[in-house]
Design a protein around this ligand. Structure first.
Ligand code: ATP
Length: 222
Protein backbone atom coordinates (compact mmCIF):
# COMPACT_ATOMS: atom_id res chain seq x y z
CA UNK A 1 0.00 0.00 0.00
CA UNK A 2 1.24 3.48 -0.80
CA UNK A 3 2.10 5.98 1.93
CA UNK A 4 0.73 8.79 -0.22
CA UNK A 5 -2.15 11.12 0.55
CA UNK A 6 -0.85 11.37 4.12
CA UNK A 7 -1.53 15.08 4.00
CA UNK A 8 -5.30 15.32 3.70
CA UNK A 9 -5.28 19.02 4.46
CA UNK A 10 -2.52 20.08 2.08
CA UNK A 11 -2.89 21.49 -1.43
CA UNK A 12 -0.24 22.01 -4.11
CA UNK A 13 -0.50 25.20 -6.19
CA UNK A 14 1.58 25.26 -9.37
CA UNK A 15 2.21 28.68 -10.94
CA UNK A 16 2.34 31.85 -8.86
CA UNK A 17 0.99 34.36 -11.37
CA UNK A 18 -1.79 36.76 -10.32
CA UNK A 19 -4.32 33.92 -10.07
CA UNK A 20 -2.08 31.31 -8.43
CA UNK A 21 -0.67 33.58 -5.73
CA UNK A 22 -4.13 34.79 -4.70
CA UNK A 23 -5.42 31.25 -4.63
CA UNK A 24 -2.43 30.07 -2.54
CA UNK A 25 -2.92 33.00 -0.13
CA UNK A 26 -6.64 32.28 0.26
CA UNK A 27 -6.00 28.56 0.89
CA UNK A 28 -3.40 29.44 3.53
CA UNK A 29 -5.86 31.78 5.26
CA UNK A 30 -8.43 28.97 5.22
CA UNK A 31 -5.96 26.90 7.26
CA UNK A 32 -4.57 24.61 4.55
CA UNK A 33 -0.93 23.78 4.20
CA UNK A 34 0.14 24.94 0.74
CA UNK A 35 3.07 23.69 -1.29
CA UNK A 36 3.60 26.30 -4.02
CA UNK A 37 5.73 25.60 -7.08
CA UNK A 38 6.95 28.06 -9.71
CA UNK A 39 9.81 27.86 -12.18
CA UNK A 40 10.60 31.56 -11.84
CA UNK A 41 13.12 32.22 -9.03
CA UNK A 42 11.84 35.78 -8.59
CA UNK A 43 8.30 34.53 -7.93
CA UNK A 44 9.67 31.98 -5.45
CA UNK A 45 11.64 34.68 -3.65
CA UNK A 46 8.66 37.05 -3.67
CA UNK A 47 6.22 34.57 -2.08
CA UNK A 48 8.49 32.56 0.23
CA UNK A 49 7.83 34.81 3.22
CA UNK A 50 4.04 34.66 2.81
CA UNK A 51 3.40 31.00 2.00
CA UNK A 52 4.38 27.87 3.97
CA UNK A 53 6.53 26.22 1.33
CA UNK A 54 7.52 27.71 -2.00
CA UNK A 55 9.90 25.83 -4.28
CA UNK A 56 11.42 26.58 -7.63
CA UNK A 57 10.91 23.81 -10.19
CA UNK A 58 9.66 23.04 -13.67
CA UNK A 59 6.33 21.34 -12.97
CA UNK A 60 6.14 19.68 -16.38
CA UNK A 61 8.72 17.13 -15.17
CA UNK A 62 7.05 14.12 -13.58
CA UNK A 63 10.27 13.09 -11.78
CA UNK A 64 10.68 16.56 -10.28
CA UNK A 65 7.11 16.55 -8.97
CA UNK A 66 7.70 13.14 -7.43
CA UNK A 67 10.91 14.36 -5.77
CA UNK A 68 9.07 17.34 -4.30
CA UNK A 69 6.61 14.98 -2.63
CA UNK A 70 3.63 16.06 -4.74
CA UNK A 71 2.37 12.47 -4.67
CA UNK A 72 1.68 12.90 -0.93
CA UNK A 73 -1.09 15.35 -1.76
CA UNK A 74 -4.63 14.55 -2.85
CA UNK A 75 -5.31 17.96 -4.42
CA UNK A 76 -3.18 19.87 -6.91
CA UNK A 77 -4.12 23.09 -8.70
CA UNK A 78 -2.38 23.95 -11.97
CA UNK A 79 -2.67 27.75 -12.03
CA UNK A 80 -0.45 28.25 -15.07
CA UNK A 81 -2.47 30.15 -17.68
CA UNK A 82 -0.63 31.74 -20.57
CA UNK A 83 1.63 28.83 -21.43
CA UNK A 84 -0.80 26.20 -22.69
CA UNK A 85 2.03 23.78 -23.31
CA UNK A 86 3.32 24.03 -19.72
CA UNK A 87 -0.20 23.73 -18.28
CA UNK A 88 -1.08 20.66 -20.39
CA UNK A 89 2.24 18.91 -19.73
CA UNK A 90 1.90 19.59 -16.00
CA UNK A 91 -1.62 18.12 -15.88
CA UNK A 92 -0.36 15.13 -17.85
CA UNK A 93 2.51 14.59 -15.37
CA UNK A 94 0.07 14.84 -12.44
CA UNK A 95 -2.29 12.35 -14.09
CA UNK A 96 0.66 9.97 -14.58
CA UNK A 97 1.35 10.34 -10.86
CA UNK A 98 -2.27 9.39 -10.10
CA UNK A 99 -3.13 12.57 -8.21
CA UNK A 100 -6.82 12.07 -7.30
CA UNK A 101 -7.98 15.67 -7.70
CA UNK A 102 -6.35 17.74 -10.38
CA UNK A 103 -7.73 21.27 -10.75
CA UNK A 104 -6.52 23.19 -13.79
CA UNK A 105 -6.98 26.71 -15.06
CA UNK A 106 -7.92 27.18 -18.70
CA UNK A 107 -7.54 30.21 -20.94
CA UNK A 108 -10.03 29.21 -23.60
CA UNK A 109 -12.70 26.61 -24.36
CA UNK A 110 -10.21 24.57 -26.39
CA UNK A 111 -7.62 24.73 -23.63
CA UNK A 112 -10.31 23.53 -21.19
CA UNK A 113 -11.14 20.55 -23.44
CA UNK A 114 -7.49 19.55 -23.73
CA UNK A 115 -6.99 19.79 -19.95
CA UNK A 116 -9.99 17.52 -19.33
CA UNK A 117 -8.84 15.03 -21.91
CA UNK A 118 -5.36 14.70 -20.40
CA UNK A 119 -6.67 14.13 -16.88
CA UNK A 120 -7.86 17.33 -15.16
CA UNK A 121 -10.85 16.53 -12.91
CA UNK A 122 -11.94 20.16 -12.52
CA UNK A 123 -11.30 22.88 -15.07
CA UNK A 124 -11.59 26.50 -13.98
CA UNK A 125 -11.96 29.28 -16.52
CA UNK A 126 -11.72 32.41 -14.33
CA UNK A 127 -11.91 35.05 -17.06
CA UNK A 128 -15.04 33.49 -18.60
CA UNK A 129 -16.73 32.97 -15.23
CA UNK A 130 -15.99 36.50 -14.01
CA UNK A 131 -16.96 38.01 -17.38
CA UNK A 132 -20.37 36.29 -17.26
CA UNK A 133 -20.98 37.40 -13.69
CA UNK A 134 -19.92 40.99 -14.21
CA UNK A 135 -22.15 41.25 -17.31
CA UNK A 136 -25.18 40.43 -15.13
CA UNK A 137 -24.11 42.96 -12.52
CA UNK A 138 -23.70 45.72 -15.12
CA UNK A 139 -26.99 45.32 -16.97
CA UNK A 140 -29.17 45.04 -13.88
CA UNK A 141 -28.87 46.47 -10.39
CA UNK A 142 -27.77 43.19 -8.87
CA UNK A 143 -25.21 43.50 -6.12
CA UNK A 144 -24.01 39.94 -6.67
CA UNK A 145 -24.96 37.04 -8.92
CA UNK A 146 -24.16 33.35 -9.12
CA UNK A 147 -25.29 30.90 -11.77
CA UNK A 148 -25.45 27.18 -10.96
CA UNK A 149 -26.22 25.64 -14.35
CA UNK A 150 -29.57 24.10 -15.34
CA UNK A 151 -30.93 27.64 -15.59
CA UNK A 152 -30.80 28.31 -11.85
CA UNK A 153 -29.31 31.44 -10.26
CA UNK A 154 -29.09 33.25 -6.94
CA UNK A 155 -28.67 37.02 -6.72
CA UNK A 156 -28.29 39.74 -4.12
CA UNK A 157 -30.57 42.64 -5.06
CA UNK A 158 -31.90 45.84 -3.47
CA UNK A 159 -35.56 45.63 -2.44
CA UNK A 160 -38.04 47.05 -4.96
CA UNK A 161 -40.50 49.75 -3.83
CA UNK A 162 -43.56 47.54 -4.30
CA UNK A 163 -42.29 45.11 -1.67
CA UNK A 164 -41.81 47.55 1.21
CA UNK A 165 -43.98 47.42 4.31
CA UNK A 166 -45.88 44.14 3.80
CA UNK A 167 -45.04 40.60 4.94
CA UNK A 168 -43.70 38.30 2.23
CA UNK A 169 -46.78 36.12 2.74
CA UNK A 170 -48.98 38.87 1.25
CA UNK A 171 -46.50 39.77 -1.46
CA UNK A 172 -46.27 36.23 -2.91
CA UNK A 173 -43.01 37.03 -4.76
CA UNK A 174 -43.09 33.65 -6.49
CA UNK A 175 -46.40 34.44 -8.20
CA UNK A 176 -45.81 38.14 -8.76
CA UNK A 177 -42.17 38.19 -9.72
CA UNK A 178 -41.29 34.57 -10.43
CA UNK A 179 -38.51 34.46 -7.82
CA UNK A 180 -38.25 33.11 -4.31
CA UNK A 181 -36.90 35.40 -1.59
CA UNK A 182 -34.67 33.22 0.58
CA UNK A 183 -32.81 35.82 2.63
CA UNK A 184 -33.09 39.45 3.64
CA UNK A 185 -30.92 42.07 5.28
CA UNK A 186 -32.78 45.01 6.78
CA UNK A 187 -30.74 48.22 7.15
CA UNK A 188 -28.31 47.96 10.08
CA UNK A 189 -29.00 44.23 10.56
CA UNK A 190 -27.36 41.00 9.43
CA UNK A 191 -28.64 38.72 6.69
CA UNK A 192 -31.26 36.26 7.89
CA UNK A 193 -33.56 33.71 6.33
CA UNK A 194 -36.64 35.29 4.85
CA UNK A 195 -39.94 33.71 5.86
CA UNK A 196 -43.64 34.49 5.30
CA UNK A 197 -43.58 36.97 8.22
CA UNK A 198 -40.56 38.95 7.02
CA UNK A 199 -41.46 42.60 6.43
CA UNK A 200 -39.01 44.51 4.22
CA UNK A 201 -38.14 48.14 4.83
CA UNK A 202 -36.58 50.75 2.58
CA UNK A 203 -32.90 50.02 2.00
CA UNK A 204 -33.31 46.24 2.54
CA UNK A 205 -31.21 43.86 0.48
CA UNK A 206 -32.61 40.51 -0.66
CA UNK A 207 -31.24 37.15 -1.68
CA UNK A 208 -33.47 35.77 -4.41
CA UNK A 209 -33.39 32.56 -6.41
CA UNK A 210 -35.03 31.47 -9.63
CA UNK A 211 -34.30 30.96 -13.31
CA UNK A 212 -31.62 33.24 -14.77
CA UNK A 213 -34.22 35.23 -16.71
CA UNK A 214 -36.54 35.66 -13.73
CA UNK A 215 -33.73 36.74 -11.42
CA UNK A 216 -32.42 39.13 -14.09
CA UNK A 217 -35.90 40.61 -14.66
CA UNK A 218 -36.51 41.02 -10.92
CA UNK A 219 -33.15 42.77 -10.50
CA UNK A 220 -33.98 45.13 -13.36
CA UNK A 221 -37.13 46.24 -11.50
CA UNK A 222 -35.21 46.90 -8.33
P1 ATP B 1 -1.75 35.14 -14.24
O1 ATP B 1 -2.85 35.57 -15.15
O2 ATP B 1 -2.19 34.24 -13.12
O3 ATP B 1 -0.86 36.24 -13.78
P2 ATP B 1 -0.25 34.52 -16.51
O4 ATP B 1 -1.16 33.87 -17.51
O5 ATP B 1 0.06 35.98 -16.68
O6 ATP B 1 -0.80 34.20 -15.09
P3 ATP B 1 1.50 32.35 -16.81
O7 ATP B 1 2.43 32.34 -17.94
O8 ATP B 1 0.29 31.54 -16.86
O9 ATP B 1 1.15 33.85 -16.49
O10 ATP B 1 2.33 31.96 -15.56
C1 ATP B 1 1.79 31.86 -14.28
C2 ATP B 1 2.92 31.38 -13.39
O11 ATP B 1 3.22 30.03 -13.73
C3 ATP B 1 4.20 32.19 -13.59
O12 ATP B 1 4.65 32.65 -12.32
C4 ATP B 1 5.15 31.21 -14.23
O13 ATP B 1 6.50 31.40 -13.81
C5 ATP B 1 4.62 29.86 -13.75
N1 ATP B 1 4.97 28.75 -14.65
C6 ATP B 1 4.83 28.72 -16.00
N2 ATP B 1 5.28 27.54 -16.48
C7 ATP B 1 5.68 26.81 -15.41
C8 ATP B 1 6.25 25.50 -15.24
N3 ATP B 1 6.50 24.72 -16.29
N4 ATP B 1 6.54 25.08 -14.00
C9 ATP B 1 6.30 25.88 -12.92
N5 ATP B 1 5.79 27.11 -13.02
C10 ATP B 1 5.48 27.58 -14.23
Amino acid sequence: MSARKSDENGIVVIGLGRFGCRLAGALTRLGHEVLAIDRDPEKVQRWSSELDRVVQADATEEGVLRQLGVTDFRRVVVAIGASIEASVLTVLALAELDIPQIWARANSEKHAKILSSVGANHVIFPEAEIGERVAHLIVSRMLDFMEFGDDFAIAKVPVIDGMIGKPLRDLAPGERYGVMVVGAKLPGERFRYAGPDTVLTEGSVLIVEGSIDQVQRFASMA
